[in-house]
Design a protein around this ligand. Structure first.
Ligand code: SF4
Ligand code: SF4
Length: 465
């Protein structure tokens, strides 16, 4: 079986942090008490977080928000979320900021591959079988992407009327359980819900880059009228269904690995079909809501230094596909949480240190952007104190997905110790951040993948809970 996880014992762990032999008194003063190591692994309940994770109030994730400033994104003046940041978009900005051209050239010249060659001297770059594996995986993408209303061309969803049945009836709590089980069956790992309250609506972009607006209206159904996208006011719930990247193969990143999107697109079609077939709206919101922002509000992930992705206490940065769909199905919203991740990131820079393009912030949380080039054109979401991605530099090489110290399945005891300890005291953070190799996360020589035993269907079973 893959040796992805470490098997560091408790004794090794205490020795590693310099507490073995000195007695546990010092540790006991600052560290949580573990009655049994099983205690820290018992975190698989569907909606119940482990004991060290605290739920917060709705619309109050672990990042400071100035609600007077934080507002719906106007895409006509922001490049955020526009595809091809290192191509068309940045080329346009490149004229204004020549520095950006450097990153366009770096990507064009294969910086991802060069980075891996520098890290692993024996590595020659992707072989034919690497490219074939990545592209063969995409070969199963047939349906494309859904339109605004959540429908696919070439796919007819059977409605309740088609079956001579009535729309599904369930309480918000029952419905949350229903979609959780259905979406997990399809292949999603975490299913969370945020309500589109007045604050929550601020996460829905104001328009697309052409200026066509997303308008909340008293309407019977969602519609793309040609001049506007209509979101009915009865569609009050934004579901976030998070799907994993290939948990083992992602450690080859940066490099050819697109499996998370391939898998996510499959689940997306299942999700849209299921909600439509149950008689509910299923507006595809992936293109006009922020993945990490919704993750933090819905309680899927926490805001972190990695900035491009949200970080989960149970799955680190491995949620590659953060599906978002707006529905009128009555649902019980889930709460944001505090697992200490945002605090841990203050001292940990593992992902940022391993970013081939220097696209991640290395400083403290800020209200502004750490990068002068992005600050100059205000290329970021304003109104929160946190970390922001260097959009102009990042070509989405996926390296940060594989390097977070919170990556790891439930059976990796040491990961649970990291999680439980850091939520209570930050004193070991520096130590944990230095333990990349020992704990078994971080980038790996891509050639290794072809010689070790790989998990069936891309996922190490310890992540599947
Ligand atoms: S932020 Fe992540 S995806 Fe972007 S360049 Fe850095 S490692 Fe790659
Ligand atoms: S690697 Fe460290 S700094 Fe980066 S997101 Fe994970 S915990 Fe935070």
């Amino acid at each position: 079986m893959t040796n992805f996880h470490t098997t560091v014992s408790r004794r090794d762990f205490m020795k590693g942090i310099g507490l073995a032999g000195a007695g546990l008194g010092a540790a006991a003063a600052v560290a949580p008490v573990w009655h049994d190591l099983d205690e820290v692994t018992s975190s698989s309940a569907q909606f119940k977080h482990p004991w060290y994770v605290k739920e917060r109030e709705y619309d109050d994730p672990t990042l400071e928000v100035d609600w007077n400033v934080f507002d719906r994104i106007d895409r006509t003046v922001s490049v955020l979320g526009v595809k091809g940041r290192l191509t068309a978009t940045n080329a346009a900005h490149g004229a204004l900021h020549p520095e950006i051209q450097k990153y366009i050239d770096m990507k064009k010249n294969g910086r991802d591959i060069e980075y891996m060659k520098e890290k692993f001297p024996s590595y020659q770059g992707p072989s034919l079988r690497d490219y074939s594996l990545a592209d063969a995986n995409i070969a199963s993408r047939r349906l494309g992407r859904p339109d605004f209303t959540g429908n696919y061309s070439g796919l007819t969803i059977k409605t309740p009327e088609d079956r001579n049945m009535t729309k599904w009836q369930g309480t918000p709590e029952e419905n949350l359980q229903t979609i959780t089980n259905a979406f997990k069956f399809f292949g999603a790992t975490r299913i969370r819900v945020m309500e589109l309250t007045e604050k929550g609506k601020k996460l829905v972009y104001k328009n697309e880059s052409s200026g066509k607006p997303y308008n909340f209206k008293d309407a019977a159904k969602p519609e793309d009228t040609g001049s506007e996208y209509v979101i009915p006011n009865t569609a009050r719930y934004l579901i976030n269904y998070a799907c994993l990247e290939a948990t083992d193969h992602v450690r080859q990143a940066p490099g050819p690995t697109y499996s998370g999107y391939c898998h996510g697109e499959k689940v997306s079609a299942n999700v849209h079909y299921f909600l439509g077939s149950m008689g509910f709206m299923h507006i595809e919101a992936g293109g006009f809501t922020p993945a990490a922002g919704v993750g933090a509000f819905a309680g899927t992930t926490e805001h972190s230094r990695s900035a491009m992705v949200g970080t989960s206490y149970s799955h680190g940065n491995l949620f590659r596909w953060m599906g978002r769909v707006i529905t009128d199905m009555p649902l019980s919203p889930t709460k944001p949480y505090d697992a200490g991740i945002a605090r841990f990131c203050v001292d940990c820079m593992t992902c940022a240190d391993n970013c081939p393009y220097g696209s991640m912030p290395l400083g403290d949380k800020m209200w502004e952007h750490e990068s002068p080039e992005e600050e100059k054109v205000k290329n970021y979401v304003a109104g929160y104190k946190g970390w922001r991605l260097f959009n102009f530099r990042c070509p989405r090489c996926k390296g940060c997905h594989g390097t977070c110290v919170f990556n790891g399945g439930n059976e990796a005891v040491i990961h649970n110790i990291v999680r439980t300890t850091q939520s209570i005291t930050p004193i070991f953070n520096g130590f944990f951040a230095d333990m990349e190799e020992m704990f078994g996360y971080g980038t790996r020589n891509p050639d290794v993948w072809w010689t070790h035993e790989v998990p069936t269907f891309q996922f190490d079973p310890t992540y599947l809970f």
